[in-house]
Write a protein that binds this ligand. Sequence first.
Ligand SMILES: [Zn+2]
Length: 713
Amino acid sequence: EARHWLPCHDYPNERSTTEVICHVPPEMTVLSNGRKVAEAIDAATGLKRVQWIQEKPHVSYLVCLVAGNLAKLEGRHRDVPLGFYTQPSTAAEAANSFEDTAAIMAFFEDDIGVAYPWGKYDQVTIQDFVAGGMENTSLTTLTDQTLHTKATETIRSSRGLDAHELAHQWFGDLVTCKDWSHLWLNEGFATYYAHLYDGHKFGRDELLYGLWNDAEGRILTQGDDTRPVVWKGYKDANEQFDYRAYPKGGWVLHMLRSHFGDDLYRKAVKTYLDRHSLATVTTDDLRQVFEELSGKPLDRFFDQWLYHARHPDLRIGYQWNPEEKLAHVTVRQTQPASDKVLTFAFETSVRFTFDDGTSVERPVRVTGTSHDFHFPLDRQPKLVRFDPHYTLLAKVDFPVPEAMHLAQLNVADDMIGRIIAVKGLEQTRSRAAVERLGKTLREDGFRGVREQAAHALQAIGSDEALAELRKSLSQPDARVRRRVVEGISAYYRPGVMEQLVAIVGTEQNPAIQAVALHGLAKYQDPAARDTILDALRSDSYRQEVAEAAMDALGQHQDATLLQPLIRLVEAKPDAFPPRVLGTALRTAGKLGSLREDKAFVREFLEAHLLDARPSVRHAAIGALGALGDVQSEALLQGLAKQGSSDRTGKVAEEALATLRAKQPLVPGEVKELRSQVRKLEESQQKLLEKVDYLERRLKANTEPAVAQPAPAG
Ligand SMILES: [Zn+2]
């Protein structure tokens, strides 16, 4: 935080110009906000003096100084120079991380309608950075973990981070939230515009899939939280940096854009930026602009989504009335309303699709907890979709028959509908469902649907589902291939270990090899162990494969694996980046705890307590706790008492607690337990198959030949 290195009023509500002057050894680079006005060797000291001026006022948390030995890549968008700085040892990977920057800037200028507000844009990667990225005015700092090679294909990318931080140059830097209760005006915009760029680059389905992941993975899981997005109750600003400001803020913007359409939405955003340029903003400033331009009151919209907590939980019912040719749709809001959570008002639509592929849409306006809609239609629809354009943030429970899910998977232009169908089939678990999920995993046109199909086949857990996964390894998109390997790894069945061994041997993508190695961790088998040991000695970017092998070793409960690990680290101590070295130390602690004689492991770990890098020291301290050698107790006590400016004292306290609670595991018992678990799993599987068979017999006897839509709930 700025106040720790610079005397200032460290709050976002005050702006000023800034000037940074820095003296460094001549070979170093100095970066800061704004414009470099001077750089020269000072004859008196032999040092290089560099002077930067930020001429347009900005707030204190955006002031930044970076100095170091840096390699530079250059780019340009219009007349805006783009600089990409990395440590010289990682310069080869810089181009991968910054490949989208110019295109993102061009897209944002076009969509936002306001030119990039500063004279240049620099990005620099930082070792041991505390966050993913920080959007300092015209100088974004990024974790060096964002650097990657092409070997990981689509699995690693800096695109999202790059776009998020660049969006902040408008939303956060040009206009800044007045206090942290309005943080979503920074983070919600940055989150949403990163998704918008994905949609621009790869097609609208990527935008929607980003929103779907945010909703399902981060927002709709928070139903117990009664804090609104705009919340003044925080004690520490950090409490505001969570799903409310980021993905939920992004969703609020998506709902505004969906409701008003692209043109009015973009006009409103441009007006908001122009009107408050180089000033602070509150949520009401944004509301006023939308109200002025649309002529519509937005009190209720802002009140329910931003000043009150949560999202609607919806129970949707559907019934076809053949005599009157009426589709009866019910919408119930079931979230518990209170002074903190409102009953929501919203508009969306229902889409009815017929046998010939044509469809009609009917509007749905909801203001209360229970609504009944009766739509006259020519004939009975085959498919019914609630909120088909995905414009509403809500937890939707809409039970439909399996036949409708199966048919839904054929609708090529409704990606979210296909994901809903995948989730539905994951619940029905029938043989037809498993087969269709396998086909979807191999053939669907969108990678997100294929990923979700792999996920469903993992969750179903039957032999048939595993067989579908094993048939689906040939995936051009590495993200899906990784999901398939994760799915297979989750099964503990005959043949799986052999397949994982084969994947480690043939797969070229280190991120996927790593998944297979993690999967092998649970096999106490010589073939698994040998594969892990080979991988331990392998070489990959940032030692990603070796690190996965270390993790797997740690779960192997075999103390004889300790020697190869320690020998490797001692033979080439500089081969491992700090994070991987930390993993090696933690694994050594775990494996060492299995041994009677812990002295040499303890000495190995203690040697790393003097490492210059805090993350390595902390890993060594934690590993000493896990090792459980009482000889370390005094040392850890000393570190805990000593405290320090970083987290060392706290880490030492935790390690002490672990050491004292340590009950050494008995490897023989663990092996025995594993084999018992395996036997139990086998017998449970047989039972499940029997139940499945009986259910199918029962259904065959009772179900009509053509499934009818379920009655309204
Ligand atoms: Zn951000």
